[in-house]
Ligand binder design. Structure first.
Ligand SMILES: [Zn+2]
Length: 182
């Protein structure tokens, strides 16, 4: 999502919406174990004070992943609501890094992101916000009954099979003994 400061004109607040179609939404998840399973909708309300912006953003979409419990591919919604403060890099330098200020502010202490020139690219902030929302060990959250059932059949069957294989060994043991005795 690319926004130009010039689009604001004399307005103080503007709302931007964008739908990332499946392919573009999928790019957000590159290098992760997640995939987009629907287009992603982004809504950003930007309020400006001079060249500093407060952004209220909401992101909605669905992700597909393999449940760590039932081992099925499942799709679940992602809802992100967050807030950013964006400041022009040159304003920051003028105000805080030119040495006139008695207190030197460290930008890492503040939750501020920067933009250069007149263009504000929200793409990386959007990606980061989604990543923060994703679980490290994803398991079914929505349909837990289906997760239970799939767990029984997928993981349960695997355990059963292992038991059966173990039983074969147990059966062969006594048979071998009988043969030796006869
Ligand atoms: Zn599951």
């Amino acid at each position: 999502m690319l926004v130009s400061v010039k689009e604001f004109g004399s307005e103080r607040q503007k709302t931007f919406t964008e739908t990332l179609e499946l392919a573009a939404a999928n790019d957000l998840f590159e290098g992760t174990e997640f995939k987009a399973s629907s287009p992603f909708k982004v809504n950003a309300v930007m309020t400006r004070i001079d060249r500093t912006f407060r952004v209220l953003v909401s992101i909605r979409g669905d992700v597909q992943f393999e449940c760590g419990r039932c081992l099925e591919q499942v799709s679940e919604p992602v809802d992100v609501d967050t807030e950013w403060v964006l400041m022009s890099r040159s304003d920051w330098v003028d105000r805080y890094e030119d040495g006139d200020e008695e207190v030197e502010l460290n930008e890492e202490d503040l939750d501020i992101s920067f933009y250069s020139g007149d263009d504000i690219d929200l793409s990386e902030l959007i990606r980061e916000a989604i990543m923060l929302e994703l679980p490290t060990h994803p398991i079914c959250q929505v349909d837990t009954a289906a997760c239970d059932a799939a767990y029984q059949s997928n993981v349960g069957e695997k355990a059963l099979k292992e038991n059966e294989e173990a039983e074969v060994d147990l059966r062969w043991g006594p048979l071998k003994d009988i043969k030796l005795k006869n």
